[in-house]
Design a protein around this ligand. Sequence first.
Ligand SMILES: NC(=O)C1=CN([C@@H]2O[C@H](COP(=O)(O)OP(=O)(O)OC[C@H]3O[C@@H](n4cnc5c(N)ncnc54)[C@H](OP(=O)(O)O)[C@@H]3O)[C@@H](O)[C@H]2O)C=CC1
Ligand SMILES: N[C@@H](C=O)C(=O)O
Length: 259
Amino acid sequence: MSTLPTVVITGASTGIGAVYADRFARRGHDLILVARDLARLQALAERLRADYGVAAEPLQADLADPAQLAGLERLLRDDARIGVLVNNAGATLPGGFLEQTPEQTAQLIALNVTAPTRLAAAIAPRLAAAGSGAIVNLASVVGLAPEFGMSVYGATKAFVQYLSQSLQGEIGGKGVYVQAVLPAATRTEIWERSGRDVAQIPGVMEVDALVDAALAGFDRREAVTIPPLHDESLWQAADAARKAMLPHYSQSQPAPRYL
Ligand SMILES: NC(=O)C1=CN([C@@H]2O[C@H](COP(=O)(O)OP(=O)(O)OC[C@H]3O[C@@H](n4cnc5c(N)ncnc54)[C@H](OP(=O)(O)O)[C@@H]3O)[C@@H](O)[C@H]2O)C=CC1
Ligand SMILES: N[C@@H](C=O)C(=O)O
């Protein structure tokens, strides 16, 4: 049993979540690994136990299912061993807004928005009371880029980023670290799962490099970590421009350009 906080990682059966599991195990953390594919979770848990001597517990759950999500919420709320939540599970959708069905978009929102929100809400009060802990939320550069034409998916990622930055303000001062991680194209199954050939995409990052960079941001307690953005000043300028508008919103009269 590790003396470090236990880390819950959603979407741990493959991709970014599986590498997060390896890296936190390498750091000595016990793990709870969440996904739908139990066989993959069990294989990963067995390897991590063997390689690093940590406890690694597979937890099969479809986080788009409210009842199964509620089970993980209860665990996050009640298990004091858990000090880090990695909200990683997520998916994208094939096709464009006109082709996607209401059922598809509802399912995507359940996984990409409702699940990370409810899981963060489950753990945050306990972490805030303890004055420690961390919530890592996987957003995406797509959430900053309506130009990429991934409407609903991008909106879900913009939500995750906004939620993360808001929580930094609400619970950061209580000792809880909240990180938004914004990958760009990263070589995982997400592409194949949404019917796209990752080989046709330029500038794809390898998943180990992505997660190691995200953890470098985690270790620095960075609020928004964008591994693919080499020129940090671009993000700093964009965030500063956003903040510069804040005091201008309190107006009793519309802007002259609308009169
Ligand atoms: N890869 C990329 O290019 C980028 C990815 N991201 C984000 O990173 C995160 C991880 O993506 P990535 O690793 O690439 O994707 P993968 O498709 O490789 O892995 C997704 C993980 O989520 C799990 N998952 C999917 N649906 C559910 C569900 N309903 N309930 C529980 N678990 C589920 C999958 O496991 P299982 O099928 O076993 O349930 C799997 O472990 C996502 O939030 C994604 O939006 C952001 C930017 C870029
Ligand atoms: N998951 C990727 C797109 O499908 C991304 O967020 O870049």
